[in-house]
Write a protein that binds this ligand. Structure first.
Ligand code: DC
Length: 218
């Protein structure tokens, strides 16, 4: 039986995580947060004292790491049995993740780990290359974006709400730098799949984005 797959790709901070989780919950489908796999690898490399600028060392860590996901209200991630959820959202983790994610050998190693999430009754896959590389066969593809300024503002508010000191100009710079790295890398760059539906969430509420995505499901 074919497993239905909905892919949601786009840059950081466009709302992919919130939208994907809500849609997966509504449909009772599985959820793949592929960014958390690259973030976990960045953490695993840091724990192992590995230089992430070295492709084969980073790929060797990717090969060995054991990840487990617990999809409650918020996603919890366990690396080799240890709960690393708190470390996943750090800006330093995001930055290292975008460096390891640029290595073709790392992406090759992580491909099957991501495809293993495709099980019945269906999958919502969130990332950068879900519709182009990992699940090109997906019948429903979304490219969710928002302006860099709006994405930076959302991140700034999120940090403030958590009581974390944040600087809007610095966040905007970091987002633009990460976008550039994700778009310009040779291996699986962030591009819009030909058959994807483009949604710009800059001026939309999260509820209306969720409704628009759900309306695409046959
Ligand atoms: O979505 P995110 O911010 O958690 O992703 C972290 C980094 O991982 C981001 O810089 C891009 C990379 N990534 C990727 O290259 N491919 C994916 N499918 C998901 C994330």
């Amino acid at each position: 039986m074919t497993v239905p797959v909905l892919t949601i790709d786009g840059p950081s901070g466009a709302g992919k995580g919130t939208v994907s989780r809500a849609v997966a919950r509504k449909l009772n489908w599985n959820y793949l947060d592929s960014g958390s796999i690259y973030r976990s690898l960045a953490i695993a490399a840091s724990i192992a004292g590995i230089d992430i600028n070295n492709e084969s060392s980073a790929a060797a860590v990717a090969e060995k790491m054991e990840l487990a996901f617990d999809c409650g209200d918020e996603l919890s991630v366990f690396l080799n049995g240890e709960n690393i959820t708190q470390l996943l959202s750090l800006e330093s983790t995001a930055k290292s993740a975008s460096i390891v994610a640029a290595w073709p050998e790392v992406r090759r190693v992580l491909l099957q780990k991501q495809r293993d999430f495709k099980v019945l009754p269906g999958l919502v896959a969130d990332g950068r290359d879900m519709g182009t590389v990992v699940f090109p066969e997906a019948k429903i593809k979304v490219f969710l974006t928002a302006s860099a300024d709006e994405r930076a503002l959302r991140r700034y508010k999120q940090l403030k709400e958590k009581g974390i000191d944040a600087n809007l100009a610095q966040i905007t710079c970091e987002i633009e730098e990460r976008d550039r790295r994700d778009r310009e890398r040779a291996s699986a760059p962030l591009i819009i799949a030909e058959d994807a539906v483009l949604i710009d969430s800059s001026t939309m509420s999260i509820e209306s984005v969720i409704a628009e995505v759900l309306a695409l499901i046959p």
